[in-house]
Design a protein around this ligand. Structure first.
Ligand code: FAD
Length: 378
């Protein structure tokens, strides 16, 4: 079989990329090893992020934050896309951007938030510094010991169970072929393109997009290409439904936390707490991290202390050690494109896919990747 473009991976990035390509007339086949949306894109916490993550700012430092900050431009452009997607797709994706708060309880944490906001401002992202009274006015549900917060008005949430299936429907409607249970088992450069091996036989494509998430390094290795990206096991907890009382995406300046209340009233509690990997590679909940995560949440939002949790699940995120995205044509592998935004690829997925589609179609990406993609470092 022959096609113009093969997209590997049926998560948000791959389905969005297939849609953008197909609606501009490219002949696209998307190959997904399992079912669509079964990995990170369908199992994440649904936060739409923009701020530099506070725990990493504290742990990795200001120099790291300055090197990472250009990526906020991509996140902000993706946020604009999230706002437009429901209308474009004609589907409700539960997109609500009511703002994100990094909540501080000490003066030292407030200083860190202020330092971080200066770096964010240097790339055009405004984070307001709220004092105790302003914070209490907009977020009365926070613990009384909250003394202030960094507030980024554009942050929020969307529904991971809805986004990728909607993008896949749009891709199919635009003419993309989507094959599930079709793992890519090999990849060879041939005749100015690539032969993509699958259990149903080889497919020859002029161009290939690697949107395989946490397994993207395995795909790249099929061409002898080393990509510094790994999978990291995380866990997220969902509570019983409650009357809506948390409009914001809430983080803590004291440690890892993200809390948001979904449209159905349940609260999603996460923020990057690790799950446990068994020797056979399967995942299970790490009980110590579960109790640490819930305790952190209850310290910031006391009403969560008495709430029933319904489920904690585990999933693997695509991560890079420096948090830099890897987006673009792989050096020395003409026609082979990497579409990899680590850690926050749900937020970044639409724009990552858009930029890669631009390049596959032979255009410069509509947002310069200089200083953003690790590939732009040369
Ligand atoms: C628990 C958790 C919470 C998270 N929370 C957030 C959040 O709140 N906000 C945020 O922005 N980000 C969050 N993330 C990160 C985000 O979910 C991911 O970065 C993003 O979904 C990656 O999307 P993707 O399409 O690139 O990859 P994926 O969704 O992982 O899709 C890749 C696909 O490639 C397929 N594949 C792999 N190998 C092959 C092969 N050989 N052949 C064919 N197909 C293959 C996989 O089966 C998979 O379906 C979270 C991640 C996790 C795990």
């Amino acid at each position: 079989m022959k096609t113009d473009v093969v997209v590997i991976g049926g998560g948000l990035t791959g389905t969005a990329c297939a849609w953008f390509l197909a609606r501009e007339g490219a002949e696209v086949t998307l190959l997904e090893a399992s079912d669509l949306n079964t990995q990170a894109s369908g199992t994440n916490a649904g936060s739409i992020h923009l701020q530099i993550p506070h725990p990493e700012f504290v742990n990795l430092g200001a120099d790291w934050a300055r090197a990472y900050a250009p990526s906020l431009r991509l996140l902000r452009a993706s946020l604009d896309m999230w706002q437009a997607l429901p209308d474009e797709l004609g589907e409700d994706l539960d997109v609500k951007l009511a703002g994100g708060l990094v909540v501080a309880t000490t003066d030292a944490q407030m200083r860190q938030i202020e330092q971080k906001s200066l770096i964010e401002r240097s790339v055009g992202v405004e984070t307001d510094i709220l004092g105790r009274d302003d914070l209490r006015r907009i977020a009365p549900y926070l613990a009384p010991n909250a003394i202030g917060a960094g507030y980024c008005a554009q942050e929020g949430k969307a529904n991971p169970l809805r986004a990728t299936p909607a993008l896949a429907r749009a891709a199919r409607a635009a003419g993309a072929v989507i094959r599930t249970h079709s793992p890519v088992t090999g990849l060879q450069a041939r005749d100015g393109g690539y032969t993509v091996m699958t259990p149903d036989g080889p497919i020859h494509a002029r161009r290939v997009v690697n949107a395989a998430g946490a397994r993207a390094a395995d795909i790249a290795a099929m061409l002898g290409l080393s990509v510094d990206l790994q999978g990291f096991a995380l866990q997220v907890t969902v509570t019983q439904a409650m009357t809506p009382f948390i409009p914001h995406l809430v983080y803590s300046a004291a440690g890892k936390l993200s809390v948001k209340q979904a449209g159905n009233g349940t609260c999603l509690i996460g923020g990057g707490w690790a799950a446990r990997s068994r020797a056979d590679g399967s995942l299970c909940v790490n009980p110590a991290n579960l109790s640490g995560n819930l305790a952190t949440a209850a310290r910031v939002i006391p009403a969560l202390a008495g709430v029933q949790t319904v489920r904690t699940w585990t999933a693997v995120v695509n991560g890079t050690s420096d948090w830099r995205p890897i987006i673009g044509e792989a050096p020395g592998h003409r026609g082979f494109f990497l579409a990899l935004f680590p850690w926050m690829g749900f937020t970044a997925g639409p724009m990552t896919a858009r930029l890669v589609a631009d390049m596959v179609l032979g255009r410069p990406p509509r947002l310069s990747l200089e200083g953003i993609s690790a590939l732009s470092d040369g």
